[in-house]
Design a protein around this ligand. Structure first.
Ligand code: CU
Length: 371
């Protein structure tokens, strides 16, 4: 054998070696494919099929596949009426009953416009998203009756307000959930002053994105010497409208995420424009009732953080910023002097959150016009 090999010319010897090497590589490759086929690829293919793998373009999972998952079915829009009002977070009127301020809320489905083009099936208090704003004075006794005209049980939690335990609105711990057709009355003393929210505390992953939330402001008993000229509450949230036009509230996985981001129930360009006079002190109460963190960035001015989660910040501790990250559940009151005329924007700096179904500009942008 040695003699045979030594008699083969060099070039031919290299060819033989190369051929042997190629065969070895081929065997290894076949072995590898077989291994993956048996142990991984089939499972991966199966998972892709289960996920609606054909619909991965644009990271859309495919709403048919989504609706087959528990809790991921679209919200029924059958027989849901169109909203008769176009703006949420408007003041809720009350009647006085022996010194108690009495408010009435009805939770019911409604078709709610996010923009001129996009309409969601909302579950709303008194027909708007957010629901009506409750604004009272520190020390007021308030009584709020919730009537449930939803297809499912619900409740109201007074987010941030120290209420008696039985009034906290958290089934099954503090009350039984309010069944469809039933009512429940909450009563407590509104204190201390600050920026709060109220929202459902049943199936929150579904009911809050659908619109069961609203602002609750407790004014100080003694009005501050220099009250801001402009005082607006901006509630941040998000929801998903599928390629099938249906509303999907729950979003437990990547690819099935929210595609509409809202300020007071509207996505830009339908967010409310804030008109301000030059020199005005502007207070914005930023409240995040959604499930994502939003670093809100203001153009044209720096602001001071004057309250966090309803608690006043002592002047010496008030940070000066132009961007503030608001986590789910947080509230920040910011104030600035509008001394710079022009059209300025306040927007989220997670840039996907300034899109409507992936089209920019949209979502969490609001315009502040200083004239
Ligand atoms: Cu954001």
């Amino acid at each position: 054998m040695k003699g045979f090999v030594s008699r083969i010319p060099n070039a031919a010897r290299w060819s033989v070696l190369a051929a042997v090497a190629l065969i070895a590589l081929g065997v290894a490759a076949v072995a590898a494919i077989g291994f993956r086929d048996d142990n991984g690829m089939d499972e991966m293919q199966q998972a892709m099929d289960n996920m609606g793998g054909d619909d991965m373009g644009g990271m859309d999972m495919g709403d048919t596949a989504m609706s087959a998952m528990p809790g991921m079915e679209p919200i029924s829009s059958a027989g849901v009426p169109a909203a008769t009002q176009s703006q949420g977070a408007q003041p809720l009127p009350f009647v006085l009953d022996g010194g108690v301020k009495v408010f009435n809320l009805t939770a019911a489905p409604v078709r709610w416009k996010l923009t001129g083009e996009a309409t969601m099936t909302a579950w709303a208090y008194n027909g708007t998203v957010p629901g009506p704003a409750i604004r009272v004075t520190e020390g007021d006794r308030v009584r709020i009756t919730l009537k449930n005209d939803l297809p499912e049980a619900t409740s109201i939690h007074w987010h941030g307000i120290p209420v008696p335990n039985a009034m906290d609105g958290v089934p099954p711990f503090t009350q039984t959930a309010v069944a469809p057709g039933q009512s429940f009355t909450y009563e407590f003393t509104a204190s201390p002053a600050g920026s709060y929210m109220y929202h459902s505390h049943v199936e929150t992953d579904k009911q809050i994105p659908l619109g069961l939330y609203a602002p609750f402001v407790i004014e100080p008993k003694e009005a501050p010497a220099a009250a801001p000229a402009v005082d607006k509450t901006l509630m941040l949230s998000e929801v998903r409208i599928g390629a099938d036009g249906q509303t999907y509230a729950a979003m437990p996985m990547a690819g099935a995420e929210a595609n509409y981001f809202t300020i007071n129930g509207k996505s830009f360009p339908d967010t409310e424009k804030i008109q301000v006079k030059r020199g005005d002190v502007v207070r914005l109460r930023l409240e995040n009732v959604g499930q994502l963190t939003h670093p809100m960035h203001l153009h044209g001015a720096s602001f001071k953080i004057v309250a966090t989660d309803g608690n006043p910040v002592p002047e010496a501790a008030q940070l000066t910023k132009d961007t503030i990250a608001i986590s789910p559940g947080e509230r920040y009151d910011i104030e600035f002097v509008a001394d710079n005329p022009g059209t300025w924007v306040l927007h989220c700096h997670v840039l996907h959150h300034v899109t409507n179904d992936n089209v920019e500009p949209g979502g969490l942008i609001t315009v502040i016009e200083v004239t």
